[in-house]
Design a protein around this ligand. Sequence first.
Ligand SMILES: *[C@@H]1O[C@H](CO)[C@@H](O)[C@H](O)[C@H]1NC(C)=O
Ligand SMILES: *[C@@H]1O[C@H](CO)[C@@H](O)[C@H](O)[C@H]1NC(C)=O
Ligand SMILES: *[C@@H]1O[C@H](CO)[C@@H](O)[C@H](O)[C@H]1NC(C)=O
Length: 398
Amino acid sequence: MGNCSHMMGSLALGLSCLIIMYGMAVGADQRRLLGETAYDITKYGAKGDGKTDDAMAFRAGCESKTPAKIVVPPGTFMMGEVILSGKCTAPPPLIVDIQGTIMANPDPSSYSNKMWILVEHVDNIKIGGGGTLNAQGAGVWKFAGESNHLPVSFTFQSSSNGDISNLKFVDAMGFHSKLIDSVNIKVSKMTITAPDESPNTDGIHLSNATNVEIIDSVIGTGDDCISIGTGSKNILVKNLKCGPGHGLAVGSLGKRPDEISVGNITFSSCTLTGTTNGARIKSYHKSPVLSATNIVFEDLTMNNVKNPIIIDQHYFSKTQPEQSSVKISDVHFRRIKGTTTSEIPVLLNCSKKEPCSNIELADIDLKPTGEAKSVASACQSAVGIKTSGVLNPPAPKC
Ligand SMILES: *[C@@H]1O[C@H](CO)[C@@H](O)[C@H](O)[C@H]1NC(C)=O
Ligand SMILES: *[C@@H]1O[C@H](CO)[C@@H](O)[C@H](O)[C@H]1NC(C)=O
Ligand SMILES: *[C@@H]1O[C@H](CO)[C@@H](O)[C@H](O)[C@H]1NC(C)=O
């Protein structure tokens, strides 16, 4: 308990501490439902007036001695930091059924770790219910910047066996969601919505995540719909609609010295509409030695996409003279069709130090639209380009 008390300044850490301090069973008012006990937050102190911070009402379910389902019923609730940590005593699976709307405390400085809802050190959690998580980010986007990362709406960290389904995220202050240092996660039927001009509001960001499936979802935001960063492996993204936003990205890679290689990443059956990029791999100059291998982009439809196929190893780092040491290989762009607003919709711009190798272009059909009158492809430092099927534009000469 000693290492708890010094953290009490913040509500969130306060919550995890309170879970330890009040670790006895609470449940007077419980209903049996399909084997687990339902903890309706309105029975455990949530006011649902949209003003009172109702985060503490999650505590009872977390502290349950029997399998628990935390229920956020229809209605509008306001919450500051929420932490569901492995300190929860409820036996797995912990079920969180969000039916209503949760609004975030709009003051970004009230979040001690720049996270709104954090799931941490939890094995086997199911979160769903059809409800909405609205971070009310519009008021703070003007403060976003390289040195000021705004709170992430939902973080799944150091956890395993998560099932996140059927939720709506609206207007995150920073990223909408991050899956970090975690394994075996299924994300499905999500809707993420923020305006085109909202800065740094990535839809789903992965960092050191393994065995992740993201399916049947709709993401429109101001930054990457999906960004797959350092250490991520065995990732499938399927049946996704993306737009507006910056598209589907592996990376950015190589910004920090402690990054880990990525691989086995597939994007399949996705539609991109009005995005700045489609299928993208991006890495920084002056990076650690890393690899990005076995990456598949297939069956993608592009509607008015600026850069439908792009490898950019000069991402935000043109002033750094040293080329990227991220080795990109075995990348497959297959069956990618639709319209593009760029006259160079296929660009393989690789590192002069570590050329891209074994890049497949198969059945690509991109037609110019808007300002673009014709299409061509371009290339730097790529070796072993393999082609098949229709190629419009024709493959680049490297
Ligand atoms: C990556 O995540 C795993 C858990 O899946 C963890 O054990 C490992 O320490 C993490 N690696 C880094 C560098 O954080
Ligand atoms: C990709 O998957 C193959 C086959 O399962 C495995 O051998 C390889 O190590 C994986 N690569 C990465 C980078 O995870
Ligand atoms: C690749 O990017 C560099 C840096 O932005 C640029 O100078 C170069 O012209 C690009 N190459 C191609 C083929 O577009």
